[in-house]
Every structure is written in C-alpha cells, then in structure tokens.
Design a protein around this ligand. Structure first.
Ligand SMILES: Nc1nc2c(ncn2[C@@H]2O[C@H](COP(=O)(O)OP(=O)(O)OP(=O)(O)O)[C@@H](O)[C@H]2O)c(=O)[nH]1
Ligand SMILES: [Mg+2]
Length: 458
C-alpha cells in the first residue's frame, strides 16, 4: 500500500441537491479537522477520537449561526480517502447546505472537483482503479443486477483475478529469465512444457473472463430493445403496457409516433431500455420520413429487436421481405417476431410465418410470456450468473484483450523456438496491460477521464 499523502483540504456537498431531512458535506485533506473547528462551535474536534460524532453549530466569523449540525471525525488513515476527514450532517435545505459549505470554504478549504475524494482514495491505495470505477457504477446503477455487478467489482473480485493473472505472468517471466541467464551455455528451456502450460492456461482464463463482457455490458447499461414494425402494429401500446404508463401517444391513426421514444423498464432485476419507433412506411411527410430514418438507426444500435406484426391484417409479400431483411441484417442481434392484436380475428397467413409469440396488449394476453421471452432472448447463449464476476466496462475488456494478445504472442514465440528475450517483451507488455485495469499503471489523462464521470462530492 502506498504511503498516505494528505493533500490540501477540499469540501463538497455529498448528497443530491434538493430538499431532504439532512444533507452531508464532506471535508478531506491536510488539516481538515482543524479547519472545520474554526467554524464549529461544540467539541474541540482536534481532540476527538476517530469515528466519533459530535453535535455543534456552524458559525460565521461574526458569530451568526448558520446551522446546527453533527460532525463525524475520521482520522487518517482510517477514512474513505485515507486523509483526515470530517463529514458534516446539516439540515437538508438547498440554501442551508450551500451556506454551510460556503462557511467551510471561508476557512481556506477548496471546493472539490467531481470524483476528487475517490481519486484521493485511489492515490492513497484505499481502492484499486477498477474499484473506484465500481463506485461510479454503483451510483449510476439503474437495475438491481447492475448494483450486484458493481458490488462484485467494489469488493475487489475483478482485482483478485487480475492479480492472479499478473502473478502467473511473473512466474512465466521468471522461467524465461532463468533461461536467459544460461543462454551462454546453450541450455534449452528445461521447463518449456511447463511454461507452455502456464501460458495456455492463462490465455484460457483471460478468455473466460472476457466472455462475461457481453452479459456484463447488458447488465450495466441495460438491454437496448427496439420495437419496429408497420404503422399501427401496436408498438407504442406495447411500450405503454410494459412500463405501465401512457408514455407514448397511441391512436388508431397510422403514423402516430414520429420520433423515437425511450423508456426504462426493469424485469427481474435486468434493465431494458425500450425504444418505440415510428412505423415503417414510405411517406411524403418530411417529419414522418425523418422518424422512419431514426427507426432504422435505432434498429442498428439494438441489443434486442422486436418486430411487431398486426395479426388482424394480411401479410403481404413486401412485409414478408421486410421482415426477412431485418432478420438478415440483425444476424448477430437477438430478434423476436411478435404477432399483435391476438384479440381480433387473425388473418390467415398462407406462408405461415413462424412467430415467436402472439400477444394482445389490449387484453394483456401473453404479456408475461413476452417479458420472459425478451429476457431469455436478450441473454441467449450468454453466461448470466451474476453471483459470478462480470466484466462490465469496455476499458477493462480492452485491457484484458490486449493482455491476452500478448500472452498469445508469447505462446507462438515459444512454439517457434524463439529465444527468451522475445518472450520477455511480450510478457512484460501483458503485465502492463493488466496493470492499467487495476491502476498500477495509469496516466493523468486516464485518471481524468475516469474521475470526471463522478459527481461532485464523491
Ligand atoms: N384490438 C387491439 N388493438 C390494439 C392492440 N394494440 C394496439 N391496438 C390499437 O392499434 C392502434 C395503433 O396502436 P399504436 O400502439 O399506436 O400502434 P403503433 O405501432 O405505435 O403505430 P405508429 O405509431 O403509427 O407506428 C390503436 O388504436 C391501438 O389501440 C391490441 O392488442 N388489440
Ligand atoms: Mg406508435
């Protein structure tokens, strides 16, 4: 663990802006406790033990009371940031909270940047970089499964895997370097087989972790689900049925939906980002035509495509071709063909298209089945066990991928009988890539881009 470095004190409101019972202001850094005491009337905080709470008043220099508060003292290194920290719980009004913060800033404390507390925690070795990212994921999580995945990462599960991989590479490097020492004496790899097994096991293990990314991404970001079909097929009605509100306008006029409409919907802990689109047809109407273009674009970005077909209308060859075209274009995207308006008389379809399910949104028929099917199809062939670790970030995936490529390169160098110095280069590169995930290796730009995603006060 690196030595704790206490930087100049910073302060920020850690709770959301708005009215509430209480708000929390966090102050961290060198001299934080002493600086807070300058405007705190109550216990002499520099004498307080760590992890103790004290009632008092925040007062201006002229003695005016700003608020009655509770101050919690955390002494370095036993705090979130590793620095001396005070958390002030004040009354949760927007203006009161702001006034308390301003009073603190008058004591020579600087306003914190977004993510600055967590960045300090990382720099002081309190969290690995992937754990720091998990804090942001946890705050932004929009479904229970996303919360679970962030917790796994916050607990350091990803970091543990990475550390194991790194150790394996270090072991392999040691074997290679042993050979390098004897190169003059023309010693063959005494343990070439052992080295090869070590590297191919590693390749496989990294691969297995990488395979969880597709699921991880869906769990974290939600399943982008696009409803497409002809005008009046019942797309907006289905969206409203699933989310349980009249989110989209529904009328019997073909071409009601003009723009794409998004709604978040959770099912069994999994977030679906539903996108209702303008019905597909050739149209002279410029607004509707733009809507149809947007439908196509939404289709291209979908994680799950749901094509809706009104069963009460005949299926013509143009629509059949359209469906086939979508199915072909969505070759790598799960696709559901759903018949709608099952409550009406069904028009015979001579060619008998294979529907995945027939529903009636109006009579709520097969809606539960549809929900199950959507989840099943979205996660098809994907490992969906959130008790196991999921890679949820593209940054982590990239690091793992590059590390794996270097491991593979080392394996083929070994197979081609190359000398150890070639292998060493690849192994060292793999090590470096893994280090970027946990933050052993970072750049200022990387840290900036990660921590700027945080909210102020975190
Ligand atoms: N009988 C019956 N009517 C339905 C059902 N679902 C939708 N409708 C009706 O079909 C009409 C069109 O529904 P919408 O949901 O607006 O259809 P859409 O696909 O969004 O249409 P556009 O926005 O024009 O592309 C409305 O009058 C709905 O009430 C259903 O399950 N049964
Ligand atoms: Mg609509």
């Amino acid at each position: 663990m690196p030595e704790i470095i206490q930087k100049p004190s910073i302060a920020a409101i850690a709770t959301p802006v708005g009215e509430g019972g209480i708000a929390v202001i966090r102050i961290s850094g060198e001299g934080a406790i002493e600086k807070v005491t300058q405007c705190f009337r109550g216990k002499n905080l520099p004498e307080a033990d760590t992890h103790t709470v004290h009632f008092g008043k925040i007062v201006k220099k002229d003695g005016r009371v700003v608020d009655e508060v509770l101050a919690t003292v955390f002494r370095s290194p036993k705090s979130y940031t590793g620095e001396d920290t005070v958390e002030i719980s004040c009354h949760g009004g927007v203006l009161v909270t702001q006034a308390v913060l301003e009073t603190l800033l008058e004591q020579g404390i600087r306003a914190a940047e977004p993510g600055e507390f967590t960045q300090r925690a990382f720099l002081n070795g309190k969290l690995d970089l992937d754990q720091a990212e998990a804090v942001a994921d946890l705050i932004h999580a929009k479904s229970i499964k996303a919360v679970d995945a962030a917790h796994q990462q916050l607990e350091g599960r990803l970091g543990e895997h990475i550390k194991t991989f790194r150790q394996q590479i270090i072991d392999a490097t040691a074997m290679v370097e042993l050979e390098l020492d004897f190169i003059e004496e023309d010693v063959e790899f005494a343990n070439k087989e052992q080295l090869r097994k070590l590297l191919s096991d590693l390749d496989e293990e990294i691969g297995r972790l990488l395979d969880t990314y597709e699921t991880g991404r869906l769990v974290k970001d939600g399943v982008k689900t696009v409803f497409i079909g002809k005008p009046n097929a019942g797309k907006s009605t289905l969206l409203n049925t699933l989310v349980g509100t009249e989110r989209a306008i529904v009328t019997d006029i073909a071409g009601t939906t003009r723009d794409t409409i998004d709604a978040d919907w959770s099912y069994e802990g999994l977030l679906f980002k539903l996108i209702d689109t303008a019905g597909l047809r050739d149209t002279e109407d410029r607004i509707e035509a733009e809507g149809v273009k947007r439908s196509q674009k939404a289709f291209e970005q979908a994680d799950l495509v749901v094509y809706l077909k009104d069963l009460s209308l005949p299926m013509d060859s143009a629509e059949r071709e359209e469906i086939a075209g979508f199915q072909k274009r969505a070759a790598n995207t799960p696709f559901l063909l759903i018949g709608t308006k099952l409550d009406l008389e069904e028009k015979k379809d001579e060619e008998r298209l294979q529907y995945d399910l027939k529903i009636s949104a109006l009579e709520e028929k097969n809606i539960d089945e549809l929900k199950k099917l959507m989840k099943q199809r979205a996660l098809e062939n994907k490992d969906y066990d959130t008790s196991s670790l999921l890679v949820t970030s593209s940054r982590h995936r990239d690091g793992l991928q590059k590390a794996r490529e270097n491991v593979k390169r080392a394996i083929s160098a070994l197979d081609q009988g190359m000398t150890g110095d070639f292998l060493s280069v690849d192994l060292r590169a793999a090590l470096k890539e893994l280090g970027t995930i946990t933050g052993e290796i970072t750049t200022e730009d990387l840290l900036d881009s990660i921590f700027s995603r945080f909210c102020i006060g975190k």
